[in-house]
Design a protein around this ligand. Sequence first.
Ligand SMILES: [Zn+2]
Length: 220
Amino acid sequence: MDQTVIKYRHCGRDIYTFSCSLYSFTQQTDDVDRSACPICHHTLTFGLFDAPVTLTCPFMNAHQVSCAFVIGSVHGPSYLGEWHDTEIHVGVSNSEGLVYNYTLSGVKRDDLGWEQCVCVQLVPPWRHDLRESWDRNLEEFSVLSEWVSERFEEEREFGSCCYGFALTFINRMRSLDGKLSLSRDQFTGSYILPRMKTVSTYIKIYHTILQHGFYKLDNT
Ligand SMILES: [Zn+2]
């Protein structure tokens, strides 16, 4: 999902397409087909204040997002639209973008492989004191006997293990900050689901453009 999605307005609709299809339009102004609106087939002209808007991609490189709860999928970002435990893998990044995640072979510290993820940053970047304590606690937490590979299957009974690892760490940091623990449902509901809605919409738009060349929203 590395194309840039843009949105423009024509014949009373918001129309989404990949930016590259419009670049070729501007570079080949004699090519009328490329410049036509896919709905009304009238030639598109972009004048002053008509610049298409770039849609923000909800996926980020987790190795560049510090102190975050990170959601990825081994099958690629397209699988992040549906909230299925079997499709997703979650981890926690430290201030250097190293992603700690609990797997069948114990806790892994990845500096690669989490390039297209949903990231929920949990520590403000300017709180250097908190970032330091986050890193130190994350390292200490990840070597606890609780997270050895042999216990992975056991943990599975309580929902997905990687999620349990990440949330237990987050709750440990919350308690150090004098805050109450969050249940899995509370954390998911407050921090994850609102973002996943945006992600699902983005994936739907992206796949429709891949299939049909554009996506339209009737909102006259
Ligand atoms: Zn049109």
